[in-house]
Design a protein around this ligand. Structure first.
Ligand code: KG4
Ligand code: ZN
Length: 346
């Protein structure tokens, strides 16, 4: 039974977790930075990396102590080394390398996005039939994958502009709601009429497995503030109408959410046909969305979602996936380097 310490610092959550045998979560500690980024309505990279520096060691200590674990009990130290914000990634990667070197334990670099998919295995380890279509939907990612095994995950398509979680957060800002907006829009959507406004569903080409959410976000903006007239320039002094309230707000949330869900379900169906999938695996912050879970209840293939607490960024998913990588001998060298979004996409 492998006991693995996982470390996560790709974006704005500092996480450490102890996972046994790839699925049994002994501890999962997350220091959230939401209160630091809230007033900017998005993650500020410099603030994120400074906060990681402050929390990384206390978070690791807490995860070890909650699991009643010492370094002698560990079989490996895992870290999410890609993709993410460079300043954030470096904190977790440096901590993991230092601990691996000083304790003499193997280091395992984990892909954060693959770890989001693996989060469906935590606690319950459902018997998932492969190949599967994997979908990671979060604030930074909207991508479809062909999952042949946990060590063979191939990208099928990604968003060409906004990630779906980013669209939720930006629409929430347009509607005067706080950050992160996804869970708030999801809750308000439950009180609204999803047919009230017909927002666009951007499916791109007939066979496209890519996504686009920026047009939908702009449609919500124009619906709320009106379409700018030709040659109209809006400066800081232009009057912005007050955000909608009551039933109008609920209907906008429900209609926006319906457009996101319709698009996601159609793309899942396309991808499943494309790779002849036997199941669907969904991970990432937006996989907590209740409307999406409801919409996929009767999908033609089995659909696996992570337990709610493992949808957003956490280290348990990294430690879990690392167990599979350790078994496959996929151990990293101490020269493991952080890989950012742009390097990753290049
Ligand atoms: O996976 P995550 O913690 O970070 C990234 O890797 O980006 O995802 C955070 C994103 C945010 O955009 C947040 O608004 C969104 O997940 N989110 C949701 C819900 N819960 C979190 N979006 C829609 N519905 C939700 N219930
Ligand atoms: Zn993430």
């Amino acid at each position: 039974m492998a006991t693995i310490l996982g470390i996560e610092s790709t974006c704005d959550e500092t996480g450490a977790a102890i996972v046994v045998n790839g699925t049994i979560v002994r501890s999962n500690v997350v220091a959230s930075q939401i209160s630091l980024h809230e007033k900017y309505r998005g993650v500020v990279p410099e603030i994120a990396s400074r906060a990681h520096i402050e929390s990384i060691l206390p978070v690791i200590r807490e995860a070890m102590s909650q699991a009643g674990c010492t370094f002698d009990d560990l079989d490996a130290i895992a870290v999410a080394y890609r993709p993410g914000l460079i300043g954030s990634l470096l904190i977790g990667v440096t901590a993991a390398k230092t601990l691996a070197w000083s304790s003499g334990k193997p280091l395992i670099g984990v892909d954060h996005v693959h770890a989001h998919l693996y989060s469906v295995m935590l606690n319950e380890a459902p018997p998932i039939e492969l190949p599967a279509v994997g979908l990671v939907i979060s604030g930074g990612h909207t991508s479809l994958y062909h999952v042949n095994s946990w060590t063979d995950v191939a990208l099928l398509g990604s968003t060409i502009d906004d990630a779906v979680g980013e669209a939720y957060d930006k629409v929430a800002a347009i509607l005067g709601l706080s950050y992160p907006g996804g869970p708030i829009v999801d809750a308000l959507a439950a009180k609204g009429d999803a047919q009230a406004i017909r927002f666009p569903r951007s499916l791109l080409g007939r066979d496209s497995l890519e996504f686009s959410f920026s047009g939908l976000k702009t449609s919500v903006l124009y619906h709320v503030r009106g379409v700018p007239k030709r040659n109209e320039s809006r400066d800081a002094t232009s009057a912005i109408p007050p955000p909608p309230t009551g039933q109008e707000l609920f209907d906008i949330c429900a209609s926006f959410q319906a457009a996101c869900i319709d698009t996601i379900v159609k793309k899942l169906r396309r991808a499943a046909e494309h790779v002849d999938a036997k199941s669907i695996i969904i991970g990432g912050g937006v996989s907590a969305n209740r409307g999406l879970r409801e919409a996929l209840r009767d999908f033609e293939l089995p659909v696996y979602f992570p337990p709610m607490q493992y949808c957003t960024d956490n280290a348990a998913m990294c430690a879990g996936l690392a167990s599979v990588l350790l078994e496959a001998g996929l151990i990293s060298g101490l020269d493991l380097d952080a890989v950012t979004y742009s390097q990753f996409r290049a």
